[in-house]
Write a new protein. Structure first.
Length: 81
């Protein structure tokens, strides 16, 4: 039988990140920007596999900056002058 629900370790593997990063996004409630919207099963966080696949498909071709751009590099500062 195919697994319909995935948990933090599986999501971390699918997104090529760590379990701790997923837990950080959960605690900051940074969905659906950084991770798909989770559900609770008892005390555990989980995701429907179908929701994760559709969320990943919606990101194809898009750039989602998680941070604002920082200070420009020295070369960029010189070019602006």
């Amino acid at each position: 039988m195919q697994q319909l629900v995935i948990y933090i370790p599986d999501l971390a593997k699918a997104l090529a990140t760590s379990d701790a990063a997923i837990r950080t996004h959960i605690s900051r409630r940074s969905w659906p920007r950084a991770i798909p919207t989770p559900i609770r099963i008892g005390r555990r966080w989980a995701w429907r596999k179908q929701d994760v696949e559709s969320w990943l498909a919606s990101l194809v071709g898009e750039v989602h900056p998680l941070r604002k751009p920082g200070r420009p590099r020295k070369q960029e500062q010189i070019e602006r002058k």
